[in-house]
Ligand binder design. Structure first.
Ligand SMILES: Nc1ncnc2c1ncn2[C@@H]1O[C@H](COP(=O)(O)OP(=O)(O)OP(=O)(O)O)[C@@H](O)[C@H]1O
Length: 337
């Protein structure tokens, strides 16, 4: 059964300088209802522009955005029902007054002047994100992570159908980040809210998103289920964004024992195994990066540098000689770059 769609774009283009060098170009996409769609791409590829177009914050030069199958007009001073159904959390917490308390900030954002209604809504939203105790704090005095929680609570206050999140976890430490990710997944499950998530963190996108859209120079270049994109990327660009990997030329790949006629060979860190014994032992450990329950080794041979995962902690010291075996590799032609 195919997913019900909530947002669609049809050949949407928005350029800032009259040519294709900025913004987004000719984008047709479908956002499934009640799912988390992740948008990934290098810096400046057009992710935020796309969110603004999808939420009616920006008018396309051409093409159309549809919400529930109907054209979505650009926002004006009096927002339409469709606009209140789409809530956006931007990177800069804009819209929050740093000198005002969390409570006042949130009450002020509500359209109704009914005090009981406001108390109920704000209390609900703060509890949802587990931050009711922050209500009397000035927004500007909160930590980065607390600010993010408040901004997300504020965006959820009117129970939107779609929540757009533009790098919502970038100021948050690892523990807090996981808690916030968990809460958002819970809200998606319980409310059936649709999330569109822009992030630079591949681990976050792979674990949170149901669908991933890869964007490059303002165009969608690949899309699909995160697991499929991780294991079978069509483009080198996608592999480099999502995976801890090493990119080699065909000549460099030869040093790893790989014969390839393609322009580029990519080796994922988890597909290279290290051992202290073996016929070659020609690789030298250059760096040992402690990662908790595993290490990432940077090994070198004839100026070829590889990233390798190692689960036998402290087994290999810097400058020791090791053997490397490659279990799997990916080849990319020039035209797929
Ligand atoms: N209001 C604007 N005026 C002029 N150029 C803009 C404007 N907004 C975006 N751009 C340009 O359009 C391109 C895409 O920008 P956008 O912010 O959408 O990228 P992004 O993928 O979100 O980047 P990042 O990951 O760095 O946040 C960039 O070259 C940017 O400079």
């Amino acid at each position: 059964m195919s997913d019900e769609l909530i947002l669609e774009t049809l050949t949407v283009t928005k350029n800032f300088f009259g040519d294709k060098s900025s913004g987004v170009n000719n984008i047709t996409l479908f956002i499934p209802k009640g799912k988390i769609t992740g948008i990934v791409g290098e810096s400046g590829s057009g992710k935020t522009s796309l969110l603004k177009l999808l939420s009616g914050h920006m008018k396309p030069d051409s093409g159309e955005v549809f919400f529930h199958g109907r054209p979505l007009p650009v926002r004006s001073i009096n927002p339409l029902q469709a606009h209140t159904a789409i809530s956006m959390v931007s990177q800069d917490n804009s819209g929050m007054d740093p000198n005002d308390t969390v409570w006042s900030n949130m009450v002020n954002a509500l359209p109704s002047e009914d005090a009981n209604y406001a108390i109920q809504k704000v209390t609900q939203a703060l509890n949802l994100l587990g931050i009711y105790e922050l209500r009397e704090q000035p927004f500007g005095k909160l930590s980065g992570g607390e600010k993010q929680r408040v901004t997300i609570a504020n965006a959820l206050i009117n129970r939107p159908e779609v929540l757009m999140l533009d790098e919502p976890f970038n100021q948050v430490d690892a523990n807090y980040r996981e808690g916030l990710q968990h809460d958002i997944r819970q809200i998606v499950k319980e409310w059936g809210v649709t999330v569109v998530l822009v992030s630079h963190d591949p681990a976050e996108l792979l674990s949170m998103a149901d669908e991933l859209i890869v964007i490059k120079e303002g165009e969608i270049v690949e899309h699909g289920h995160p697991e499929n994109l991780y294991h079978s990327p069509k483009l080198l660009y996608t592999a480099k964004i999502l995976v801890r990997c090493t990119e080699l030329t065909a000549a460099q790949a030869k040093i790893c024992g790989i014969k390839s006629k393609r322009a580029t060979v990519v080796i994922y860190a988890e597909h290279a195994a290290v051992s202290a014994i073996g016929i070659s032992g020609k690789w030298v450990v250059k760096q040992v990066l402690f990662k908790g329950f595993y290490e990432e080794l940077i090994v070198e041979r004839n100026e070829v540098t590889l990233r390798v995962l190692n689960y036998q902690l402290r087994k290999y010291a810097v400058n020791s000689k090791v053997s490397i075996s490659i279990k799997k590799y990916y080849e990319f032609g020039k035209w797929l770059g």
